[in-house]
Design a protein around this ligand. Sequence first.
Ligand code: UD1
Ligand code: CA
Length: 458
Amino acid sequence: MTTTVVILAAGLGTRMRSKRAKVLHRAGGLALVEHVVEAARAVAPADSIVAVTGHQAEAVEELLAPRKIRFARQKKQKGTGHALACAREAAPPSDLVMVLYGDTPLLSADTLTRLRDAQAGSTAAATLITTSLDAPAGYGRVILDATDAVRAIVEEKACTPEQRAIRLINSGIYCFRADLLWAHLSEIQPTLPAGEYYLTDMAAILNTHGHRVEARHVADSSELLGINTRIELADADRLLRRRKAEQLMLEGVTIERPETVSIDSSVRIGMDTIVEPFARILGETVIGEDCRIGAGAIVESSVLADGAIVRPYTLIADSRVAEKAQIGPFARLRMNANIGMDARVGNFVEVKKSRLGAGTKAQHLAYLGDAEIGDRVNVGAGTITCNFDGVKKNETRIGSGAFIGSNSTLVAPLEVGAESYLGAGSVITEDVPKQALALGRARQVVKTDWIEKRKKTE
Ligand code: UD1
Ligand code: CA
C-alpha cells in the first residue's frame, strides 16, 4: 500500500505572538516543521510528502527545500480542512493519505508506522491517534460511539460543558483511505464565526456515509504535544533534548546532569566521551570517542576528533579540532579554525580562520587570525597577528618549530621561518628567515643612580 503524507504548515500561529510563522520556531535544534518531516520519512519517501505552506511560505519552503519534498500553497488560511484540500493537486496518487500538523514536533517514526499499519490492515475509512489528557484545554475532543469508533471530533470552542469534560483528545494525526478522503473532503462546511473549514469534521462526514473511523490510543501523550504558545515551545525543546541525551547515553556517552545540557538532534558523539553540565552542542557537530566537553562550553557546527578535550566555557564554531588537542578554558575558535593533533589553545586565546599544526601551543591571551602556523610552534602569551590593515585581511605564516616570544605583534602579511625566534615584546613587520632571531623593540636603557641624580637637580 502506498502512502502520501500531507503536513499542514500554512498557519500564522497567532498564539505564539511572533512575527515569524509558528512552524519556523525551533525546538531541539530544528524548526518544528523539520521534525515533522523527519518523522514522516518513516512512512513515505520524500517525493510522497507534501507540505502545505501559506504564511511566510517562501521561508518555510526554503527551509525544507534540501529535504526534496513537495509543496502546495494555501493562499488564505481558511482552516485545516481547506489546507488539506489545497494539497490535492500536488499529492501523488496513493492508497493512503496521512495528515500531520506542522506544529507537533515530538511525533515519533514508530507511532506513524504503527498508525499506517493499523489503517492499512483495517476496513475503516480512517484511523486517528488519540490520547487522554488531564488538561485537555485547546484540543479537539473525540467522541466515541458504543463500539469505540469515532462518532465526531468537537473543537473546544464548539464544546458543550459535558463535551469539554472529555479528556480524550484529537492529536491531529490521521491516516485516511485516499479514495474516501478525496471523495468527501469538499463536504466540510465552514464553521462560524471565523468561517474556517475544520478537517476534524471529516470524522462525522465519513460516518454519515456509513464508514467507520477508528481511534488508536497512545499512552505516552508527550509525543503528541501541539505547540501553540512559547510555553509549549519550551516544553517541546526540553523533551526533545532529553530524548537526544537519553539516546546518546544509551550509545555510550556520559552526560553529567543531562537536564542542564542542550544537544541538537543533528549532533553525533562517540563512545566514552564525557559531556559536563551546561554544555551546549549544536548544529551538525561531530565529536569523536574519549573526548571531554567542559562545563558551559558551546560547540557549534564543528568536528572534534577522538580524545579532544574542550575545557569549560570555551566557544567553538565552524571549526575542526584534531586528536587529543586541548582547547580552553575560556578559548574561542571560530570561522574555520583548524587545530592540529596534540595542540593546545589555552585561556583567552581567539583563533579565527587559522591552522595550528600538531603539537603547537598558544596557551594564554592571544589573537591568531588568518594565520598558517606549523608544527610544535610556541606562541607566547599576548601574541597578536595584526591581520587587518584597514582595507583587507592579510596572512601570517609561521614555520614549524618557531618560538614566538610573549607579547609579539606580527604585522601581516608576514612570514616567520621555521625554528626562528622572535624576542618578547617585538613588533615584527618584515619577514624573518628560518633559524634567525628577530627583535623589533627599543633597546632597554638603564640609568644607574637615577633617583640620586634627580635629587641633585631639584
Ligand atoms: C488542531 C485540531 C484539534 C487538535 C489539535 C492538535 C482542527 C480544526 N483542530 O487544533 O482538533 O486537537 O490541532 O494539535 O484541525 N494550518 C494550516 N492552514 C490553516 C490552519 C491551520 O496549514 O488554514 C496548519 C497550522 O500551520 C498548524 C496546523 O495546521 O501547523 C494546526 O493548526 P492549529 O491552528 O494549530 O490547530 P489547533 O487549534 O491546534
Ligand atoms: Ca496546534
